[in-house]
Design a protein around this ligand. Structure first.
Ligand code: FES
Length: 424
């Protein structure tokens, strides 16, 4: 399930990893839990989302700083170091800052009695903080830029995007699918009811239908003023400029944390990430797992709790209203609830995903506050058409539907796009 075995070095130790998994998954499976330190107080930081969106997993990889470990594939010989820490992310002596300034530190007012002392203090603070060091080797060339002029561009390679792109390409509309993850599939890869094999099958169907799939490619901006609208996309080796007659936003939703004391302690991970580790990589992230849940999306939580139990974990579900905080030094070892203390080695946070609607907003699509998800969803009509010309949206970016519902929605909206393009 995890691909071909490879050897990588993480924080100075050799680790057996697998080609289909990310550096973050390999690190967690091998027991490396803290990957970096917070900018100012050097508090331990680590993975939360496993989807490239929380920035908790920034590492130095092959001499390049600030790469997301959860979006970097394990390739043989990869050298991974923690950053913003001394001597290592797990044991960081600079963490003394947090201890010494337990009531907070305003570095602008440090040692202001003398301008020389203040300059010195600022210099020391600048050395202690920041995000990584400059790359070992400076880039000397700009990346290539490739242009696409196509009928349909689908942004997002989860269940909705894969279904929509497969349908439009099947109707002989030239289609490009942009997906920022290591492998398309989105939430399918985190859902025990569907899973990795369904994601691989649907990705295969999209490719067979003629979809050009751009994996590990992030839509970084939509510019409506440029020639009717252009999407700028960044991939590891190149940039793309995409011009399309129709746009389908299938960007899904972001996992979010829930509000309880010490919810940023390492060992507090998004429930969808825990599902992804199990379903996509065969990694059980903890032995004693507490799932903290908000009232919405409880069907998904039940499926995950069941799968974790079947895999051998001891699982307890805690409503958010009963959650009082986490305990532990480097990693979470227990939680406090209104019923008392509960030992655990992982807290999985289950909240409804917040719609990833920044791209559609750049195109001018109207959005509205989705209070259950705590974000702005794209407003669509009954066909999936947004308020912007030639722009459509489907799946969780229009309101949470879950992986199965999002796939159905993608196929349904694609049928209207095909009709609008005169290929009904
Ligand atoms: S960005 Fe990597 S775990 Fe969130």
């Amino acid at each position: 399930m995890r691909g071909e075995a490879v050897e990588v070095r993480i924080a100075g130790s050799s680790v057996r990893a697998y080609g289909d998994e990310s550096i973050a998954a390999a690190a967690l499976a091998s027991g490396t839990r803290v990957l970096s330190r917070s900018l100012k107080y050097h508090r331990p930081r680590t993975f939360f989302c496993f989807e490239g969106h929380c920035s908790g997993c920034l590492v130095r990889l092959g001499g390049v700083p600030n790469l997301r470990a959860c979006q970097a594939p394990c390739s043989a010989g990869a050298e991974v170091e923690g950053q913003n820490a001394f001597p290592s992310a797990e044991i960081d002596l600079l963490g003394a800052v947090d201890f010494l300034f337990s009531r907070g530190m305003d570095h602008h007012t440090l040692m202001t009695s003398s301008s020389m002392l203040n300059k010195l203090a600022n210099k020391v603070v600048r050395q202690l903080s920041g995000l990584g060091k400059l790359p070992d080797v400076a880039a000397t060339e700009l990346p290539d830029v490739q242009r696409f002029d196509i009928d349909v561009c689908v942004i997002g390679g989860g269940p909705a995007g894969l279904a929509a792109a497969t349908a439009t390409a099947g109707a002989r509309l030239s289609t490009v699918l942009v997906d920022d993850q290591l492998r398309p599939g989105g939430s399918l890869r985190a859902d025990p009811r569907l899973g990795r094999s369904v994601a691989e099958t649907r990705w295969g169907h999209a490719a067979q239908s003629g979809v050009t799939v751009l994996s590990r490619s992030t839509a970084i901006g939509f510019f409506p003023e440029d020639d009717g609208g252009v999407l700028a996309v960044a991939a590891p080796e190149r940039l793309y400029r995409i011009y399309a007659k129709q746009w389908i936003w299938a960007t899904g939703g972001y996992v979010v944390n829930l509000p309880f004391p010490d919810n940023d302690r390492p060992g507090v991970i998004a429930a969808r990430a825990v599902g992804r580790l199990l379903v996509d990589h065969g990694i059980l992230a903890g032995d004693k797992i507490c799932i903290v849940e908000s009232p919405a999306c409880s069907d998904d939580v039940a499926a995950l709790a069941n799968a974790l139990s079947v895999a051998g974990a001891d699982v307890t579900r805690i409503p958010l209203a009963e959650m009082m905080g986490t305990r532990g030094r480097g990693w979470t070892t227990a939680i406090d609830t209104k019923r008392g203390k509960l030992d655990c080695d992982l807290v999985a946070v289950a909240a409804c995903p917040a719609p990833a609607s920044e791209g559609p907003r750049q195109q001018g699509c109207t959005v509205t506050l989705d209070e259950a998800a705590g974000g702005f969803r794209v407003v669509v009509d009954e066909h999936g058409r947004t308020s912007a010309p030639n722009a459509w949206a489907c799946g969780d970016v229009t309101g949470y539907r879950g992986p199965a519902g999002a796939g159905e929605d993608g196929a349904r909206v694609a049928a209207h796009v095909i009709a609008a393009a005169g290929r009904g």
